[in-house]
Write a protein that binds this ligand. Structure first.
Ligand SMILES: [Fe+2]
Length: 240
């Protein structure tokens, strides 16, 4: 199987049974907080720093380093989408739900053990060789979704701008004001190109059947297993 096919097979399974509950009405404030606080502390807050770790193990390949630097710049500053740092935009969206920044302070003891395992693995693997696996883990697995296959095939149309905001479940069902949704605007603006860059970098630099390709695939497969355990843990805490 080609590396692309193995990675797409991973992304096809990046779906969790509790997801539909998150995209419709009916969750309490407490359930929303459990979900979003996990997301924030597990990977949202530190995503730019994790990218920095991966950049740090990348060899002097100009195109790879500059593509990663561009993604990192947007994530940590919002400079390309003219918004703000994505972790800060996430907290702004939370404030729109009435969940305040003080509720998102670090607390290892509070996180579900499976969430801690996934988070710790992200920290470790993002700074490990081969660099292709570190980059794939963050830019394909963490940033990507179950829509990856359709997106690469050009059959999945990403919603843009105010259309993306208006259709967002937090706006539709949970009363989040559209003004608080710059994270969605930023993603709608830059994400398509960053997704293409991510796939190009990994597939150009990890030839099928090489040790690097095997490491990329197995790193993402292991991440998927840990991610499912993490999502199971959050669903359990939410009482779903
Ligand atoms: Fe982002």
């Amino acid at each position: 199987m080609t590396l692309k096919e193995r990675l797409l097979a991973v992304m096809d399974r990046k779906h969790h049974w509790a997801y539909p509950r998150l995209t419709r009405a009916g969750l309490t404030r407490e359930q929303l907080l459990v979900h979003f606080r996990h997301e924030y502390l597990v990977y949202v807050r530190d995503f730019p720093a994790l990218l920095g770790r991966a950049l740090g193990v990348t060899p002097p390949l100009e195109d790879v380093r500059s593509a990663l630097a561009e993604i990192l710049y947007e994530e940590q500053t919002g400079g390309l989408s003219h918004t703000a740092a994505h972790p800060a935009l996430f907290l702004r969206m939370m404030a729109g739900l009435g969940l305040h920044a003080a509720e998102f302070v670090d607390d290892d003891a509070w996180l579900h053990p499976a969430a801690l395992r996934y988070r710790d693995a992200l920290r470790e693997r993002s700074a490990s060789l081969p660099w292709q696996a570190a980059v794939a883990l963050l830019t394909i697995f963490v940033e990507g979704s179950v829509n990856e296959r359709a997106e690469l095939a050009g059959t999945y149309a990403r919603r843009r701008g105010e259309d993306a905001v208006g259709e967002h479940p937090l706006v539709k069902f949970y009363g989040c004001p559209p003004e608080a949704m710059d994270l969605t605007r930023a993603h709608a603006e830059v994400e398509g190109e960053h997704r293409r860059d991510a796939w190009r970098i990994v597939l150009e630099h990890a030839d099928d059947a090489t040790g690097e390709a095997r490491a990329v695939a197995s790193t993402c497969e292991q991440a998927l297993t840990m991610w499912h355990a993490y999502r199971d843990g959050v669903a359990e805490r939410m009482g779903l």
